[in-house]
Design a binder for this molecule. Structure first.
Ligand code: GRF
Length: 202
């Protein structure tokens, strides 16, 4: 399945997806990378892998709707069938999300439904959590609340800094995002009635 990746920054999850998609028999191919940030470091990484990259800054458009129309135009032009949000720091409108329902997924650095939103690692440390992790979920209109496809947990160690914890989680993100995209692209998971439904393989 042709898959677009939307980023705003570093793009380490994007890189993990590109690498996985380069493996024989992986069921998704990365057809384009779109960034809302012209300076996103991930853009150069994608380009060096030969993937078409596009910059769609919000500032270039009079409204959120116009910005999303531009993104939609790029997606159509690229023949995208699936979207992976990978550190894309904008909340997509309900209209956009509806159009892609069941075909758009996100990675979030916490064990949802715990810790939606930003600064998850700091809040996990503040709360004295002993485990933490990451979640790949279908994107719905409500932020960080769509049906869960895959999760991984990591320990919170006694003297962890925010950076150490973030790195431990990120390492797992890079494992479960390619796994989740593979499940979606091969039809092993789909969204139905706001649930993730798993299809047993033949
Ligand atoms: C990751 O922690 C991801 O879970 C969150 O934003 C961060 C993006 O990092 N949504 P990267 O750009 O993939 O390196």
């Amino acid at each position: 399945k042709r898959t677009a990746i939307l980023i705003s920054g570093r793009g380490s999850n994007m890189t993990a997806l590109i690498r996985a998609a380069g493996e024989p028999d992986y069921p998704a191919e990365i057809c384009c990378v779109i960034s809302d940030q012209p300076e996103a470091p991930g853009l150069a990484v994608a380009a060096s892998s030969g993937i078409p990259t596009f910059v769609a800054p919000r500032a270039g458009h009079p409204s959120k709707a116009a910005h999303e129309a531009e993104i939609q135009r790029i997606l159509e032009q690229s023949g995208a069938e699936l979207i992976c949000l990978a550190g894309f720091m904008r909340i997509l409108s309900p209209d956009f999300v509806k159009r892609w329902e069941g075909r758009i997924i996100n990675i979030h650095p916490s064990l949802l439904p715990l810790f939606p939103g930003l600064t998850t690692h700091a809040r996990v440390l503040q709360q004295g959590m002993r485990i933490h992790g990451c979640t790949v979920h279908f994107v719905t209109a409500e932020m960080d609340a769509g049906p869960i496809i895959a999760q991984a947990a990591v320990p919170v160690l006694p003297d962890d800094t925010e950076g150490e914890l973030a790195a431990r989680v990120l390492n797992m993100e890079h494992k479960i995002y390619p796994l989740a995209l593979s499940m979606l692209a091969s039809g092993k998971v789909r969204m139905e009635n706001n649930r993730a439904v798993y299809v047993a393989s033949l």
